[in-house]
Design a protein around this ligand. Structure first.
Ligand SMILES: [Fe+2]
Ligand SMILES: [Fe+2]
Length: 276
């Protein structure tokens, strides 16, 4: 089967000729450039997954197909950013990013401790990205970016289902209970403010100034979180609760959704939006 047949869409399905420069939001462009870096790194993450699941060829195959789609997300976002900002040199910026952000590609054990834990973390990331691109699609008036975000958000939710299916399999094999899955989940939320996103934001947008992790993550969060609305957060919490094994529509889920909304609101306050 060819690469193209494996995918639900290609870059040729994007209506590039509808690009409207007057509708480009410069703040959104900064986070789109950063997202392109992280997405384009998908093959490296697949290498890590294949190493962790070294005796599971069915999962390895799924992970490689998943990576093709993630890399395509990176290509689509990078192409859009280059149309919006012809001076944006994606290749040079990505080279900087991939040199700095190194994943443990030869790890024989998941950094989350168990395979089920790894899959819970993957579910969370896919829920996060699906909500993120849905929020961007609803916030942008630029038609090409809107079309890209719509297609990516659909892929991300399929990715969630893919990892959820494998997670269920390993949950039975490894007997990983709710509390352990919850711990993985909490740990993964902490990682959302780690170097990968901060450096992606810096690599994509810096003008030669030195890297300041705290400042970059603040700038990234204050911009990215501002696009989320309550319904994006509620949906994300529902899917994450399902992956962890808690009732997705219970009182606890409602409370966490409210707290998450408050946190996103708090973190999306005014900031200099500069990587410097
Ligand atoms: Fe993606
Ligand atoms: Fe994904």
């Amino acid at each position: 089967m060819s690469e193209q047949q494996n995918r639900y869409w290609t870059l040729d399905d994007i209506p590039w000729d509808q690009f409207d420069p007057s509708k480009v939001d410069p703040e959104m462009m900064r986070i789109v450039k950063a997202a392109a870096m992280v997405e384009f790194n998908g093959y490296t993450y697949a290498e890590y997954l294949c190493s962790v699941f070294n005796d599971d060829p069915a999962f390895q195959d799924a992970a490689r197909r998943w990576a093709l789609e993630e890399v395509q997300h990176g290509k689509a976002l990078a192409r859009w950013a280059q149309i919006a900002d012809p001076e944006f040199d994606f290749d040079a910026r990505f080279a900087d990013f991939s040199e700095k952000i190194q994943l443990p590609v030869a790890a024989e054990e998941s950094v989350r401790g168990t395979r089920c834990g790894e899959l819970v973390a993957r579910c969370m990331v896919e829920v996060g990205t699906s909500s993120y691109y849905t929020a961007l699609r609803e916030a942008t008036d630029e038609p090409v970016l809107g079309a890209i975000c719509e297609k990516i958000a659909q892929d991300e939710i399929r990715h969630y289902k893919l990892f959820y299916t494998h997670m269920e399999r390993y949950r039975h094999i490894e007997q990983l209970g709710k509390i352990k899955r919850l711990m993985v989940g909490v740990g993964r939320i902490g990682e959302s403010e780690d170097d990968e996103l901060a450096y992606a934001y810096y690599a994509a947008n810096n003008n030669g100034e030195p890297y300041d992790r705290k400042r970059c993550i603040r700038a990234y969060m204050s911009c990215a979180y501002g696009f989320y609305q309550t319904h994006h957060v509620e949906r994300a919490v529902t899917l994450i609760f399902k992956a962890i094994g808690f009732s997705p529509h219970g009182r606890l889920a409602n409370m966490i959704a409210r707290m998450a909304c408050w946190f996103l609101n708090f973190r999306s306050g005014p900031d200099e939006h500069a990587p410097a």
